[in-house]
Design a protein around this ligand. Structure first.
Ligand code: PMP
Length: 285
């Protein structure tokens, strides 16, 4: 069953509440994580928790628990939920304050850990691939709100997602403020060309996905060259394969982007083999 840790207690989801004065709600002032559990095991827990702490540090938010205790709470939550396959949403907000935005008024950060079921793309989507359009909403400028901070400010990504919905597409590609290819609405992006992988570099201003890092490791172990570089839409349109990565989506290919069919339209060879290796890894790790 779903279970939620909030204000130091584990509660059923119906009883898990936060104050309307929480600055996570009032200002999107906080950070979060999305983590997968496969067969009772949390995938790359430390990497997620370290990213959470880095996100918090970057926004001058001190998480009131150590990394090890935070990891312990996640393990406890999975045990308590009894869910073998689950999705964990971890949230740390600035906490309860007044109606002004001064973070110093918020004395105690709110720590929330939701252990719930996961809604995935249906299996046939992985065979068919996604229809994708480029959104006109760019990712935030990397020195405004760094996309490396997994913050509670998701409106740019939501606006991009809405563009995709209005266009009847499954997913969108977001460009950065300079017009380079950045990421999906909640995923990272890879392009395959002549057997080599290309993906936007972290410093260009993207979220450093845990799935992205895992795919890079798997590719390098299989002697597939990986280039972290800048990409234009031209590179995407003319790629042999394009796929997205994320904790929820795992690896899923784009069938078409802005009306251009990618490769032969199906899951390309590299995407298919990386996806299979990834799926084996998450169940063995
Ligand atoms: N980019 C964005 C904007 C995301 O929200 C996510 C999902 N957390 C990702 C990329 C993929 O990251 P991960 O592989 O760690 O889930």
């Amino acid at each position: 069953m779903s279970i939620v840790y909030v204000d130091g207690k584990w509660l059923p989801k119906e009883q898990a509440m936060v104050s309307v004065f929480d600055h996570g709600l009032l200002y999107g002032d906080g950070v979060f994580e999305g983590i997968r559990v496969y067969e009772g095991k949390i995938f790359r827990l430390r990497a997620h928790i370290e990213r959470l702490f880095d996100s918090a540090k970057a926004i001058w938010l001190t998480i009131p628990i150590s990394i090890d205790d935070m990891m312990g709470l996640h393990l406890e939550g999975v045990k308590r939920s009894g869910l073998p396959d689950a999705y964990i949403r971890t949230i740390v907000t600035r906490g309860v304050g007044d109606l002004g935005l001064d973070p110093r008024k918020c004395k105690d950060p709110t720590v929330i850990i939701i252990v719930d079921r996961i809604a995935l793309w249906p299996e046939e989507r992985y065979a068919q691939g996604l229809s994708v359009v480029t959104a006109s909403t760019p990712t935030p400028h990397r020195e405004s709100l760094s996309p490396r901070v997994k913050s509670l400010n998701y409106l740019p990504h939501i606006l991009a997602k809405i563009e995709g919905i209005v266009a009847n597409a499954d997913e969108v590609i977001m460009l950065d403020a300079a017009g380079f290819v950045a990421e999906g609405s909640g995923t990272n992006l890879f392009v395959v060309r002549r057997g080599e992988l290309y993906t936007p570099a972290v410093h260009s201003g993207i979220l450093r996905g845990v799935t992205r890092d895992t795919v890079i490791e798997l590719a390098l172990a299989a002697k597939i060259p990986v280039h972290e570089t800048t990409l234009n839409r031209f590179d995407v349109y003319t790629a042999d394969e394009v796929f997205f990565t994320g904790s929820g989506a795992e690896l899923i290919h784009a069938r078409s982007v802005d009306g251009r069919v990618i490769g032969a339209g199906g899951a390309g060879k590299l995407t298919a083999s990386l996806r299979e290796t990834f799926r084996k890894l998450v169940r063995s790790a």
